[in-house]
Design a protein around this ligand. Structure first.
Ligand code: TRP
Length: 326
């Protein structure tokens, strides 16, 4: 047991293979020799317009997804952010040491505030402060995330440093751990895989559904006809082969593509088979867990309980240092 690990994903419903490759696989790899805490960050999810009625279902689906992908609750804590009120409490204290100018520089904030320009709220600006609180509440030292989160992690370190300077050494400066799949391309070939852009394959899709989505997915835009030689490096689908196919299969596909020996459909068929094979056990566990909501609830309750114990201790320390403890 060494450095504590913390990470989180927003509850957008069933997880997709971008979440799986970009985050969850790395989490599972860390379970053996780290104390790990994995969070479903529902309070982050409400910083942009959302549908309250479906929130509990999305949280449930995210939890089922974690478990189905092998995040083993016997070896880590899995919990829902809003079940541990200390996250928002610590975020408030961190608000008082975070320069507004730093937050206005965050690219995610700039993107989201452009996208939702009529709904720019304090929560959206303060999003990275809550994220810093998530991590530092548990004094985590390692944060496995996609590369799009590195700016938020830098802010987390800024907050830790500033707090430590003002109130004495309290928090570690956590390091970002970007896994082997820092960015998984979406099926549209334009953006990273995401739920909102509907360019994803979910972890519980059947072989037929996987094929249906892949068959219409964007490939190398320069390869217009079957007889055109393609450029695997420029192809969205080829980039997915990196995660699901063997080196020999990849070499064969790359060679076939470059020489127009194989067409895009053939390349996609192999990928579809490989994805379906890897997802089969996940889908099976997913369906089983979905039918056992009480077991899932128990995992989340136990996780929250464990986290509250650590959180209370940190808050005592923080409040004491800030002169807020009677
Ligand atoms: N902002 C992260 C994302 O969108 C989610 C997140 C919230 C997170 N709090 C966190 C990730 C703490 C790691 C650690 O992916």
């Amino acid at each position: 047991m060494n450095t504590r690990v913390f990470s989180g994903i927003q509850p957008t419903g069933v997880l997709h293979i971008g979440n799986y490759l970009g985050a969850i696989k790395t989490w599972v790899a860390l379970l053996d020799d780290h104390e790990c805490i994995f969070c479903i960050v529902d309070q982050h999810a409400i910083t942009v317009p959302y549908e309250p009625a479906g929130m509990q279902a999305r949280i449930f689906d995210a939890a089922v997804g974690y478990l189905a992908c092998g995040v083993d609750p016997a070896r880590c804590a899995i919990f829902v952010q809003s079940d541990v009120p200390e996250h928002t409490e610590l975020a408030w204290y961190f608000n008082t040491v975070t320069p507004v100018a730093y937050l206005e520089r965050m690219t995610q904030y700039k993107d989201k505030s452009a996208q939702f320009h009529e709904q720019i709220n304090m929560g959206l600006l303060g999003y990275p402060v809550l994220q810093a609180a998530d991590i530092l509440l548990y004094k985590a030292g390692i944060v496995p995330v996609g590369e799009d989160q590195s700016q938020h992690l830098e802010l987390t370190r800024d907050v830790a440093r500033k707090f430590n300077r003002l109130y004495g050494e309290t928090f570690p400066e956590p390091r970002t751990l970007v896994g082997t799949a820092p960015r998984v391309a979406g099926l549209d070939g334009a953006a990273k895989m995401s739920k909102t852009l509907d360019n994803y394959i979910a972890i519980n899709e059947t072989p037929e559904e996987i094929w249906k989505k892949l068959s219409t997915a964007v490939t190398d835009p320069a390869r217009k006809r079957r007889t055109d030689p393609g450029t695997p490096e420029a192809c969205n689908i080829f980039s997915l082969h990196a995660f699901f196919s063997t080196p020999a299969q990849r070499a064969r596909v790359a060679e076939g593509c470059r020489t127009a020996g194989i067409g895009c459909l053939e390349c996609k068929r192999l990928l579809a088979e490989n994805i379906a094979r890897e997802l089969a056990p996940i889908r099976e566990r997913y369906e089983a867990l979905r039918n056992d909501p009480a077991a899932v609830r128990r995992v989340l309750d136990e996780g929250a309980e464990r986290c509250r114990t650590i959180a209370r201790e940190t808050m005592r320390d923080v409040k004491g240092r800030m002169g807020l403890l009677r």
